[in-house]
Design a protein. Structure first.
Length: 280
């Protein structure tokens, strides 16, 4: 497997980070071991560029990352050069928030719009309650370029109707672990495909391990070579079907962060067996 480029593409909240405390100290050394062995880690999150830069600074390594549910890829050069610094911009799939809201207002019915409580239009206390953040972390989470987080107050059938109507006007409505998000018609798989293309253009064969826990991770997991599903507190686990691309689905028995290491270790063990004797 030495001639393969293995990438772990991971969600953060509830996947790598504890859902309640946002801590990941229990797996930090394992992450460092992966990077030192040549395996690359890409953060693929609904979080903002500011939040992901802050995470990388705290981790102590400049990781490539994908912000706001596939809207933009940052620092891709570190996939090929671990000493590369700075969130150099690679590709943008998103629309500015002002454009999102223009399309939203002109195309979504008042009845459906009234079921959506956009966090940037609420009191600070509501934002804190919904996101589990206060102070500067809350500021970073609300500094958005390509998406608008909201709470949906309607029924499941109304949410499906909203998703359908949004898709018809080239918008995406996704449900994450804490809130829903409005964005352009992109998702976490959009940037995953771009990463595959970028890696292949450098003549590397790439194998991607996707790790997630929520509905907005599903497209990424289904497009990965190996999908790792982290269990959710008080909810059934996300169900992922194997397909032509996704050859194995691994369900962790523990929640984040320890479940992250458990699942990734299982994925690497599978790849070592699957690609035994591979010579490129």
């Amino acid at each position: 497997m030495n001639d393969l480029k293995v990438i772990v593409m991971t969600d953060l909240d509830g996947t790598l980070l504890d859902h309640a405390t946002f801590q990941y100290q229990g797996v930090k050394s394992f992450m460092t071991e992966l990077l030192d062995s040549g395996i690359r880690i890409i953060l693929n999150s609904s979080k903002t560029q500011t939040e992901l830069e802050y995470f990388c600074n705290g981790f102590g390594r400049q990781l490539p990352f994908i912000s706001e549910n596939g809207a933009a890829i940052h620092n891709p050069e570190s996939l090929f050069d671990s000493s590369a610094n700075g969130p150099n911009f690679c590709q943008n799939f998103g629309k500015p928030v002002s454009e999102l809201m223009r399309i939203w207002t002109n195309n979504i019915s008042i009845g459906l719009r009234e079921q959506c409580l956009f966090l940037d239009e609420t009191e600070r206390s509501v934002q804190a309650s919904c996101l589990g953040l206060t102070g500067e972390p809350l500021d970073r989470a609300m500094t958005r370029d390509y998406s608008k987080p909201f709470v949906f107050k309607g029924t499941d059938s109304e949410f499906k109707a909203l998703q359908k109507k949004a898709n018809e006007c080239q918008l995406s409505v996704l449900r994450g672990g804490r809130v829903c998000n409005l964005s352009a018609l992109h998702d976490k798989a959009t940037s995953m495909h771009a990463i595959r293309d970028l890696t292949h253009s450098r003549s590397d064969e790439v194998v991607i391990i996707g790790v997630g826990d929520s509905d907005n991770d599903l497209s990424m997991l289904e497009a990965a070579d190996v999908a790792c599903v982290i269990p959710r507190n008080n909810q059934p686990p996300l169900m992922v079907e194997k397909n032509k691309t996704c050859k194995r689905v691994i369900y962790a028995s523990q929640v984040a962060p320890l479940g992250w290491q458990e699942a990734v270790e299982g994925a690497i063990a599978f790849l070592k067996t699957e690609y035994r004797g591979h010579n490129g």
